[in-house]
Structure formats: structure tokens, C-alpha cells
Design a binder for this molecule. Structure first.
Ligand SMILES: *[C@@H]1O[C@H](CO)[C@@H](O)[C@H](O)[C@H]1NC(C)=O
Ligand SMILES: *[C@@H]1O[C@H](CO)[C@@H](O)[C@H](O)[C@H]1NC(C)=O
Ligand SMILES: *[C@@H]1O[C@H](CO)[C@@H](O)[C@H](O)[C@H]1NC(C)=O
Length: 400
């Protein structure tokens, strides 16, 4: 039991998922910041080259049929950092998070985990693969920033720091001036007790996300699948008078050890993948005392660490890093409806984003898998071996 759980949890980080055994920005969907531009003629995907000697955003052009090409780097103005499994830097899943790269409105945001800064880019409306830093990267006031979220309504970005100085910092987003801190640092001391860089995935921070109506901000914090089980947290901060209040509600569920990756499936319900068992849907009432509506155990999953949602297909996805497998869910009932697989050679699926019926996923192998969500088949594997080091890839986002 102990061994098998340790085994599957390390798979999120790709420590053990090397063999082609058979047999996961943030996701798109009702992301509070998704604001499609009209007249768009182009599209791009983005991920982070989380390089400790200097990070870049890698952008790739998306063709009309959804295939990707032409990776190019743009400096984030900072350095990357890589979480540890306790003995060595992780081979994959460097930031042990979801949402390290996000598109919000007309901007792209990412973290510089080794510089403790947040970077903001503008996206060229004529060529979405061209991104330009707006202002200087801003101090996150903590250590090891790993996940970011944006509210168009509040004109605000908030970042989750998951290192020795852990907590949330929010920024006013200014088209010319970039990021200006707003409000105070909201410490997560008592919720997490990490080093910089952190050791994980167990007991590390995971993701930050605004609710679609920007009435609250959630922070996902992993616990430990044990034994003994130590439940994770879903910390909910109310937004009061346009500011994130530190008056948070610290939700815990005895059967939710590793809340890794959440995505909203409607205004007040979030679908969450948890590699210690499967996936759940939580309702977020106005008092922020979360209600676990569904809890689906996936017996064959190895490491469902990432999640995504497609509004047009009304389907939620739990994405397995330990094997090339995607589980599908009905967001209304919360029931699992099926699963599908890309080629075995991709080995496992990490940070993912959806656009126009295609899912773009970092693979365990060094490349990106494009899957068609209607036919549930792989349409492309873009091999990045000649482009760079798989260990540094993290996050996935799509322009619009
Ligand atoms: C998709 O579009 C690309 C670029 O135009 C092209 O090279 C590729 O053959 C197309 N693939 C399919 C399956 O139509
Ligand atoms: C935090 O971790 C340190 C070192 O691992 C340990 O000494 C300390 O007791 C821990 N604090 C809490 C509150 O768990
Ligand atoms: C990617 O290309 C490298 C170098 O050619 C090759 O060794 C590797 O098998 C390829 N990966 C996949 C998943 O096809």
C-alpha cells in the first residue's frame, strides 16, 4: 500500500514513469480570464522553459487544423527552479503545480520560481506566438512562485508562492506599467512547511485560481496519501470590495489527500484531480465552506495530477502522468464517462490546455501531444528533443 502510493505519487513528477507500461494554465473553459478576441486569425500555445540559468516562455503556432509548429523562446526576465523529490531535482513536473503559465485577457503570465518574480507579457493580436514582457517582472514577496491566476473583472493577478516563504501575493495589472502589488502578503504558514525549492509532490502547494465570478480565490495545498493520511487543504479567500481578504476558510476533507489541479465547470463548482484516488467536484457556497459533491475513485489511475474542462463538449478531464491516459467526466453528475489514450510512446500526460476541441499536453516523453477530443485520438506528437531539456518544461496555456 505504502509503496504503491509512493510509486504513483512520484509519477506526477515523472520520477518512475519511464517505461511504456500500459497499460496533465491552466485549462481553458470557463476560466475567469478567458476573453476571446474577435477577428482572431491565429493561435498559439505556450509553456515554460523553467531553466535555472534563465527561463523562457516557449510559444508554438497553432494551425487551422490544430497542429502545432515552430517553437520559439522569449525570455521571462528571470530564472527557473526545480522542486525536489527529497534527494534529487524532479525529472519532470518541475513546479509540482497547475497554472504556472496562464493566458488572461490579452496577457500571458508566468512565474520565475528561481527569482521569486511574476512575469507579465502582452500577446501580439496579429501573431499570438509573439509575446512581449510588460514592465519588469515583479517580486512575488515569497519564495518559489509556482502558480498564477488572473481576474479580468478585478484587473488583478495573484500568485502562489510554494517555498519556505509560502503565501499569496496579488497585483494590479496595468497595460503600460505591468504588475503593481496590491494588498498584503497572505502567508500560508501553518498550512505548508516547505523548503526552497520545495520537496514534493506530497505536502507541497499546488495551484491558485479565482472563481469565475471573481468572488473568491482558492489555493490548493497537497497533503500526504500516507499512511498515515494527512489531508490536503483547499483554502478559500473571499474577495471583498475588490480586494482579496486574508480572512480565509481552510477546507479539509478526510478522503482528499492530494488536491493537485482544479478547473471550474460552472460558476460555483470546481472539478479537481487528486492522484491519491481520482477526482471530485466541490461546490463553493458563499460562506466558502466547500461541499464535496462527488468523489470518484479511479482504480486504474496511476497519477491523475492535472485537470481540464471543455465547455463545448461539456466534459471534464483528469489527466494521468503515470500512463498515457485521459479520463472523461460528466460535470453535472460528476460521473466518469470513459477514457482515451494517445500513443504509448508518449508515456504519460502532464500540464494541459484545451482549445477548439484539441487538448495540448506536455508528455512524459520530451514533446507535446495534440489530441482531438471529439474523436478521442492523437493527431500529433511534436518531439522537442532537439529543442531542449524535458526536465525544464512546465505549464501549458493557449492564446484564445
Ligand atoms: C494540418 O495543417 C498543417 C499545417 O497547415 C499541415 O501540415 C498538416 O498536414 C495538416 N494535418 C491534417 C491532418 O490535415
Ligand atoms: C517544519 O519543518 C521543519 C524541518 O523539516 C521542522 O523542524 C518543523 O518542526 C516543521 N514545522 C511544523 C509546524 O511542522
Ligand atoms: C523524439 O526524438 C528522439 C530523437 O530523435 C527519439 O529518440 C525519441 O524516441 C522521440 N520520442 C518519441 C516519443 O517519439
Amino acid at each position: 500500500m505504502h509503496q504503491s502510493i509512493i510509486h504513483l505519487l512520484s509519477l506526477c513528477a515523472g520520477v518512475l514513469g519511464q517505461g511504456p507500461s500500459h497499460p496533465h494554465g491552466p485549462p481553458s473553459g470557463p476560466w475567469p480570464s478567458a476573453r476571446p478576441w474577435s477577428g482572431q486569425a491565429n493561435k498559439a500555445i505556450y509553456f515554460l522553459d523553467d531553466n535555472p540559468s534563465g527561463s523562457s516562455i516557449v510559444s508554438m503556432q497553432v494551425s487551422a487544423n490544430g497542429t502545432i509548429s515552430n517553437p520559439q523562446r522569449t525570455s521571462t526576465g528571470g530564472k527557473g527552479s526545480i522542486a525536489s523529490d527529497g534527494t534529487a531535482p524532479l525529472a519532470r513536473d518541475a513546479l509540482i503545480s497547475q497554472g504556472s503559465v496562464i493566458v488572461g485577457g490579452e496577457y500571458l503570465f508566468t512565474v520565475n520560481a528561481g527569482s521569486n518574480t511574476l512575469a507579465m507579457f502582452s500577446i501580439d493580436p496579429q501573431d499570438a506566438s509573439r509575446v512581449t514582457l510588460v514592465g519588469a517582472p515583479a517580486s512575488t514577496l515569497g519564495e518559489f512562485p509556482m502558480s498564477v491566476t488572473y481576474s479580468d473583472t478585478l484587473n488583478m493577478a495573484c500568485v502562489l508562492n510554494g517555498g519556505a516563504k509560502a503565501g499569496v501575493t496579488c497585483f494590479h495589472v496595468d497595460r503600460q506599467g505591468g504588475l503593481q502589488p496590491t494588498g498584503s502578503f497572505l502567508s500560508l504558514a501553518g498550512i505548508t512547511n516547505e523548503t526552497t525549492p520545495p520537496v514534493g509532490p506530497p505536502e507541497s502547494s499546488s495551484q491558485i485560481l479565482f472563481t469565475p465570478d471573481s468572488s473568491a480565490l482558492l489555493v490548493l495545498q497537497k497533503g500526504n496519501a500516507g499512511p498515515p493520511v494527512s489531508p490536503g487543504y483547499i483554502v478559500a479567500y473571499p474577495v471583498v470590495n475588490g480586494r482579496v481578504s486574508g480572512n480565509s476558510v481552510k477546507n479539509q476533507f478526510a478522503n482528499v489527500a492530494m488536491p493537485f489541479a482544479g478547473v471550474f465547470v460552472d460558476n460555483d463548482r470546481v472539478f479537481m484531480a487528486d492522484p491519491s484516488y481520482g477526482a471530485s467536484i466541490f461546490e463553493i457556497p458563499s460562506d466558502l465552506e466547500l461541499v464535496q459533491q462527488t468523489h470518484v475513485v479511479l482504480p486504474t489511475q496511476k497519477a491523475v495530477c492535472w485537470s481540464a474542462y471543455d465547455a463545448s463538449l461539456n466534459t471534464a478531464y483528469a489527466i494521468d502522468a503515470g500512463q498515457p491516459l485521459v479520463y472523461t467526466f460528466d460535470p453535472s453528475s460528476g460521473a466518469q464517462t470513459g477514457s482515451f489514450s494517445p500513443d504509448e510512446s508518449v508515456q504519460g500526460l502532464f500540464d494541459s490546455a484545451i482549445s477548439d476541441g484539441k487538448m495540448y499536453s506536455l508528455a512524459a516523453a520530451n514533446g507535446i501531444v495534440v489530441m482531438d477530443l471529439v474523436s478521442q485520438t492523437q493527431v500529433q506528437f511534436y518531439n522537442l528533443t532537439s529543442f531542449g531539456n524535458r526536465q525544464y518544461w512546465d505549464g501549458m496555456a493557449v492564446s484564445w
